[in-house]
Design a protein around this ligand. Structure first.
Ligand SMILES: [Zn+2]
Length: 605
């Protein structure tokens, strides 16, 4: 039931405005942070704690490694993290998480620095078994992935796309991570977030072969697991080149640090640099614990058990009631299927904020629907919204880049308008046979695109809803966001390519809510207080193990130049690391989270 009062969401959305101030080069923005890293916000911990619970009864339990005796020398530390790396590879061998890579090619803008000139997007399931492989969600991606991703750069960037491109750097070396192939040199101690680490430089031994890891490892100093890898592979074969990558792991289950984020960047814009080619890319891994994650049971029957028949016992359903139950059945089927396929976050923290905004629109417009409107977060980066039945879905990437609550209200208003106008799509999914497809064909089997006439009508209605709402005073910000999107749209066609809903743009022109795009001041990069759109990753963080989404808590960071704004751009990851259960109630805390540093830990002197 929705509340009947207009609620002030400013408090809920504190992080929205704070994140708007985030700057480029600060370590604190934490675009994608550890799920338990929200220290200093005790009130939210009751929800955060269960969020990081591992497998439930349905999924295979993860055996926790036995505690080893505390090492007394650096040599023993090296032996331990080598051993734990092999344990991790073994533990994850049966998992098939989702892997998403979003890449922006860069060109130099005199005022803004390197800016995106074009972009590429990949989404697939990664088989972490013997032969690491990825199965792609996007049509016809498998054969031409290398080609499409590389565009003109195939020659230069060949080898690292075989077989798994950006997901390569989840391990330092999948097959030969040992002392026969590598030299390890202890560097120093360093904190990453709340976690004290030992830092090692790693170099391949002579004659260790091609494509060996070269770079730096961070190893946490309690159980000695690798938590971060930074470097490249070496030596490269002739005419090829390996990317540089920064790869992060999170302690999402007891005893293991799970590969979660990889940032890649290449390019040199200095005077006299020969190669002007450059890019930056974010790879996110999630969906490790999908209930139907095993290959054999991808075709699973969906049970519709959440629909309750609300007609009184002695009454038959009227035709209208039957129609509504039918639509809800379709809605529940789709939501369940998308969660099962790792594309939709389970209901959570972010939905409460989205629902409050929707509620504000409903209350001030006297909208009273037979069933409450629900909201859910699509876990992917491309900017899209769609609705099925009474559920509004908005992508993580879109929530990330919206500058304020009014802009969020505007994109939600478009979908609410579809619901109010009865533009119901997807009732065909009430037939369960239509839910029987493999995860990687989700985009071919589901779709919620409206005809142009319904799109137009929804935009018109959305503006009407906004004008009756408290957001009417902030529509200048919406106009500014649309202008910023328009300015970047020609370069960001992959980010603007939707996979389930209607696109926000057509042929490089922003069409969504176009009537609002003339509203507000002109876009002015030089004005540092004008934040029209945010970088990707600044708002929503996803727990890669259980897919739960929550709002990022970042401190305000002053923007000091136009280059700090980075609207719609990819930035490095800097998750705030913390140990599993570190913020949870004692009952939920696993034994590994005992946070007493071992006095006999080497290197402490
Ligand atoms: Zn629409």
């Amino acid at each position: 039931m929705r509340t009947t009062n207009w609620m002030v969401t400013a408090a809920l959305l504190v992080s929205l405005s704070a994140a708007a101030q985030q700057a480029a080069n600060s370590p604190s923005p934490a675009p994608a942070s550890a799920p338990d890293a929200s220290r200093g916000s005790q009130s939210s911990q009751q929800t955060a704690a269960p969020a990081s619970q591992p497998a439930d009864a349905q999924s295979a339990p993860v055996a926790q490694p036995l505690p080893a005796p505390a090492p007394t020398t650096m040599e023993e530390v090296v032996n331990l993290f080598i051993q734990h790396e092999h344990d991790l590879i073994k533990m994850l061998a049966k998992r098939t998480p989702i892997v998403e890579t979003y890449l922006q090619n860069l060109t130099l803008d005199p005022q803004l620095g390197p800016v995106p000139s074009e972009d590429h997007y990949f989404l697939g399931r990664m088989d972490m078994g013997e032969t690491i492989d990825r199965k792609d969600y996007l049509k016809e991606q498998d054969k031409s992935m290398e080609q499409r991703l590389m565009g003109g750069f195939q020659k230069l960037y060949k080898v690292q796309y075989q077989p798994l491109g950006f997901s390569w750097m989840i391990y330092a070396d999948r097959t030969d991570f040992d002392r026969n192939h590598y030299d390890f040199r202890y560097v120093r101690r360093e904190f990453l977030g709340d976690v004290r680490c030992l830092v090692f430089d790693v170099t391949p031994k002579k004659d260790a072969g091609r494509g060996r890891f070269l770079g730096r490892l961070w190893v946490e100093d309690q159980s000695y697991n690798i938590v971060r890898l930074n470097g490249t592979y070496n030596p490269a074969p002739r005419n090829s080149y390996f990317f540089h990558m920064d790869s992060w792991r999170l302690n999402l289950i007891p005893g293991y640090w799970v590969p979660s984020f990889i940032y890649s960047e290449e390019g040199d814009f200095s005077a006299g640099a020969k190669n002007k080619m450059a890019f930056k890319a974010q790879t996110r891994i999630w969906g490790y614990d999908l209930k139907r994650g095993n290959k054999d049971d991808e075709l699973t029957q969906i049970r519709v058990d959440s629909v309750t028949d609300e007609t009184p016992a002695n009454q038959d359903a009227s035709p209208l009631q039957a129609e509504r139950v039918w639509q809800q059945q379709a809605e529940d089927n789709v939501v369940e299927r998308l969660v099962g396929g790792g594309l939709l976050a389970p209901e959570g923290d972010v939905d409460r904020i989205l629902q409050t905004v929707v509620n504000n629109l409903e209350v001030t417009n006297n909208i009273d629907l037979p069933r409450p409107v629900r909201t859910r977060v699509l876990l992917t980066s491309p900017l899209e919204t769609f609705s099925v039945g009474n559920t509004i879905v908005i992508s993580r990437g879109l929530v990330d880049v919206l500058p304020d609550e009014a802009s969020l209200a505007a994109v939600l208003a478009h979908e609410l308008a579809h619901i109010v106008l009865g533009h119901n799509l997807g009732s065909k999914y009430a037939f369960n046979d239509r839910m029987l497809f493999s995860d990687d064909t989700t985009y071919q089997n589901l779709g919620f695109r409206h005809i142009p006439e319904e799109e137009e009508a929804a935009d018109k209605k959305a503006i009407e809803l906004l004008k009756n709402s408290p957001y009417v005073q902030k529509l200048d910000n919406v106009g500014l966001f649309l202008k910023a999107l328009q300015a970047r749209a020609p370069a960001l066609s992959a980010l603007l390519t939707t996979h389930l809903g209607n696109p926000l743009s057509s042929n490089g022109t922003v069409t969504r809510l176009a009537a609002l795009s003339t509203q507000g001041p002109a876009l002015d990069n030089a004005k540092l207080d004008q934040i029209a759109a945010l970088p990707l990753g600044g708002r929503v963080k996803v727990n890669p193990w259980d897919d739960k989404a929550e709002m990022v808590k970042t401190a305000a960071v002053a923007i000091t130049s136009a280059r700090d704004k980075m609207p719609f751009e990819v930035t490095p990851f800097f998750p705030r690391l913390s140990r599993y259960g570190a913020n949870a109630a004692p009952a939920a805390a696993p034994t590994t989270a005992a946070a007493t540093p071992n006095p006999s830990t080497p290197g402490s002197n």
